[in-house]
Design a protein around this ligand. Structure first.
Ligand code: AHM
Ligand code: MG
Length: 332
């Protein structure tokens, strides 16, 4: 088990089940950490640099981009391109797959990211984050949009940075989930939460209840039963939290348990949900599963969904295992 307070580099030296992480992947992760560090600085200095607020542009999702969405995307694009082993980048903010290699080989990496998730929170000074997912190619591929459509089960690494009261980094390489905090003195990330786990049961849920009239019956039933509290079928009181920043909600669940739902409803059914499979749901699904929780669409394990497009959306239900199983049973 990794020691508390070790640096990110020391962690990488033993993070592959006691062995060093492969050099190419370690360099890529250090580049991603650099991008996160710079995004954190941009956010903290946003008011002075006049980068709060919206830009003139919209992304492929049709959403108005924040200036910081664009800046964060540039940092990720620039730093991930440092590694000679990255074949392609898929960003929430960019329509097309960005191929860095003309002839991707076995062993090369595909990196998927949401450079600034929950960006509507930036202007009101609440926690936001960056989410990333890494797949290693098992075979050479020809660059095409289809070549990046990989199931979440192919991820070799998933993580997120959280820009809150402190800047944190949470990572899994398939051997548990580990949390780091940036030391503002050295700028380094130190291991502060080794082996994060999600308890199987919880009495806290997160969902945007302003969409209640749009919910499907299984979600309505689950939330109604939580709201009914002690006198309802659950026989206990439930607490509710919703930050409108998935990174912050997932971080809370990794810290004290809970269940998060962004389900499909009649308002988003035409697009299949709100959250994006390849750079939001899959990495968070891997992290939550590695921490002992579960991640589902309500009808299937998120990481087993076959992507049909790199900006595909899915319903997301994740967190404490028993609650996710109960919600799944209501969908069945
Ligand atoms: P974004 O990637 O455009 O920021 O959207 C994703 C965010 C999640 O962080 C959060 O859970 C959700 O959208 C909030 O949606 P809503 O505003 O509908 O509550
Ligand atoms: Mg985003």
């Amino acid at each position: 088990m990794p020691n508390s307070q070790m640096t990110f580099r020391q962690f990488l030296m033993q993070a592959d089940g006691g062995k060093p992480v492969a050099g190419d992947l370690a360099f890529l992760l250090e580049d991603i950490v650099t991008a996160c560090r710079l995004v954190s600085d941009h956010i903290r200095n946003g008011a002075f640099a006049n980068v709060l607020g919206s830009s003139e542009s919209t992304n492929i999702q049709g959403e108005t981009q924040k200036k910081l969405d664009v800046i964060a995307d540039e940092e990720f694009m620039r730093h991930c391109a440092n590694s000679g082993r990255v074949a392609a980048l898929v960003s929430e903010e960019v329509d097309d797959v960005h191929w860095l290699k003309e002839k991707p080989e076995a062993g090369d990496y595909l990196v998927y990211f949401d450079p600034l998730d929950g960006s509507s929170n930036v202007d009101v000074n609440l926690s936001v984050g960056s989410i990333f997912s890494i797949v290693q190619l098992a075979e050479a591929v020809t660059p095409s949009p289809e070549a990046v459509l990989r199931k979440g089960t192919e991820q070799v690494c998933a993580g997120y940075a959280i820009y809150g009261p402190s800047t944190g980094l949470v990572l899994t390489l398939g051997h548990g989930v580990h949390g780091f905090t940036q030391d503002l003195g050295t700028g380094e990330f130190l291991l502060t939460q080794p082996d994060m786990t999600v308890p199987a049961t919880t009495s806290e849920y997160a969902i945007n209840t302003s969409r209640a009239e749009l919910w499907e019956a299984p979600v309505r039933r689950y939330i109604d039963e939580c709201v009914a509290g002690k006198n309802g079928v659950r026989g206990r009181t439930f607490n509710m939290r919703w930050t409108a920043s998935m990174v912050a909600d997932v971080h809370r669940i990794l810290t004290r348990g809970g269940v998060f739902l962004y389900p499909m409803d009649s308002g988003n059914a035409s697009t299949g949900g709100k959250l994006r499979l390849m750079y939001e749901a899959n990495p968070m699904g891997m992290i939550i599963e590695q921490a002992g929780g579960a991640a589902s669409t309500g009808r299937a394990r998120i990481m087993e969904v076959q992507p049909e497009g790199h900006h595909q959306r899915v319903p997301v239900i994740l967190g404490s295992k028993d609650e996710v199983a109960l919600i799944d049973s209501y969908h069945a």
